[in-house]
Design a protein around this ligand. Structure first.
Ligand SMILES: Nc1ncnc2c1ncn2[C@@H]1O[C@H](COP(=O)(O)OP(=O)(O)O)[C@@H](O)[C@H]1O
Ligand SMILES: [Mg+2]
Length: 256
């Protein structure tokens, strides 16, 4: 695999008078993990919704695996998307939810064979026949993630995937992200939790008020900002974003 998995050119989105995203230009190589950082309201979710064709840009262009986002069918067939609040159906079991998604997406029989190994991979096999309403937040998130990768997507968009998870569930999710990248997929991950991107991302993009304000490898960003002192990615982040909007990382995600 080579080339760019995600490319955007001056991608912009306004809602009435609000500029949610301004002139975003990205070039993300296939098989890399891109960490999209920014405080609340920075434009992260807006970007993901544009790239997964759930909303339309006000101006600018974007391509996913070479297909323009205006070609909805082409793009949707290549991407998996985990929204900030994933839709899981309380009355279904995890196994039923995945079977339902397989039906909805018209997956061929061969791809349905992925359901059981996915349940296993997410340690959901024992609970696979219990209603999702009885699950912990981590189990719900893992069920949603299994649904996101069910279709074997080339590009995976994960919006705050470890937010609010306990350390064990957060670890499982981080391991899965590393696995997805090792399999040659591209992962586009938004988070406000810095250790997650420091550990996983090849490249970090820092957003503030709809604009990309810094971009580079985590080590490179730290070096660039270093100026003789030891700097962390968090220092860089606080410099380039609005400090008053910053929320400290959840305790559950800072371990390990
Ligand atoms: N559907 C919408 N209608 C109006 N404003 C929106 C809508 N979606 C997002 N916004 C605004 O766009 C900005 C960026 O939001 P969002 O992309 O959700 O940020 P983030 O995901 O980084 O927290 C915010 O000011 C938000 O209020
Ligand atoms: Mg968001």
């Amino acid at each position: 695999m080579s080339g760019l998995a995600i490319e955007t050119a001056s991608l912009s989105k306004t809602y009435g008078g609000t500029t949610a995203l301004a002139d975003l230009s990205l070039s993300i190589p296939t098989g890399s993990v891109y960490g999209f950082l920014g405080p609340n309201g920075a434009g992260k979710t807006t970007t993901m919704r544009l790239l997964t064709t759930l909303s339309k840009p006000t101006s600018g262009e974007a391509w996913v695996m070479g297909d323009p986002i205006t070609d909805r069918n082409a793009v949707v067939s290549r991407v998996g998307y985990l929204p900030e609040t994933p839709p899981v159906y309380d009355e279904l079991t995890a196994r039923e939810q995945l079977a339902y998604l397989a039906d909805l997406r018209g997956l061929p029989a061969g791809e349905r064979e992925r359901i059981e190994p996915l349940l296993e991979r997410f340690a959901l096999t024992d609970a696979a026949d219990d209603a999702i309403r009885t699950y912990s937040k981590g189990m719900r998130q893992k069920t949603a993630l299994a649904g996101t990768v069910l279709q074997d997507p080339d590009v995976v968009f994960l919006d705050e995937p470890t937010s609010g998870l306990d350390p064990r569930a957060a670890r499982t999710v981080r391991d899965l992200i590393a696995d997805l990248a090792a399999e040659g997929r591209t992962v586009f991950l938004s988070t406000h939790i810095l250790p997650v991107v420091e550990e996983l991302a090849d490249t970090v993009g820092m957003m503030n008020e709809g604009r990309l304000v810094a971009e580079g490898a985590p080590e490179e960003l730290k070096r660039r900002a270093a100026a003789g002192t030891e700097r962390t990615l968090e220092d860089v982040f606080l410099d380039v974003t609005d400090e008053s909007a910053w929320e400290p990382p959840a305790v559950a995600d800072t371990g390990e």
